[in-house]
Design a protein around this ligand. Structure first.
Ligand code: ADP
Length: 157
């Protein structure tokens, strides 16, 4: 049975902090599915298609990383694709407080689904998609926080 993990997120857009989590988790699994959770309550800056395209280009050279998306519950998506593990990153105490509850719920709803947490590297703990979006909205250069495959020079239409 292959060991599959899902790294769920909004990835609006993907940052080098996200990439670091995936790279560090890869030796532990046969396959990682980086999956965009589509949340109807949460307005994204970039379209689902754009976010998926960026993820595919960032992970194009690693055959053990797949890109997907899902509506509704993360735990049900994991069950549907045979994943028994979730990956999440922790940057600070507020990430921890939020993630702790979600992981406990996912363990119940997902029938034993385990969440693995990766503490962000010191050089990445200030990086978030929110900050990247603010820089882009303000007309600044977000490239220090983005994987090399992604160039965002202006806001989407
Ligand atoms: P969500 O909307 O589900 O929080 P994000 O795309 O913002 O999705 O983040 C996905 C995951 O990546 C979360 O677990 C988040 O804590 C983690 N993450 C985001 N930025 C970093 C970073 N710089 N270092 C480590 N983990 C991070």
């Amino acid at each position: 049975m292959s060991k599959i993990a899902v790294f769920p997120g909004s990835f609006d857009p993907i940052t080098i902090g996200h990439v670091d989590v995936v790279q560090r988790a890869l030796p532990l699994f046969d396959k990682i599915v980086v999956a965009v959770g589509v949340n109807s309550q949460k307005q994204s800056l970039f379209s689902l298609e754009q976010r998926i395209e960026w993820l595919q280009s960032v992970f194009a050279t690693e055959p053990r990383i797949e890109v997907g998306f899902f509506h509704h519950l993360t735990a049900h998506y994991c069950q549907a694709i045979g994943a028994h593990y979730l990956l999440r990153g922790l940057r600070n105490a507020s990430d921890f407080d939020y993630e702790k509850t979600i992981s406990q719920l996912n363990h119940i709803v997902g029938g034993g689904l385990e969440t693995l947490f990766f503490i962000s590297q010191p050089g990445y703990s200030h990086i978030s998609s929110t900050i990247v979006r603010e820089i882009i909205k303000g007309g600044g250069d977000a490239s220090p926080f983005l994987p090399a495959q992604i160039q965002i020079s202006r806001l989407p239409e």
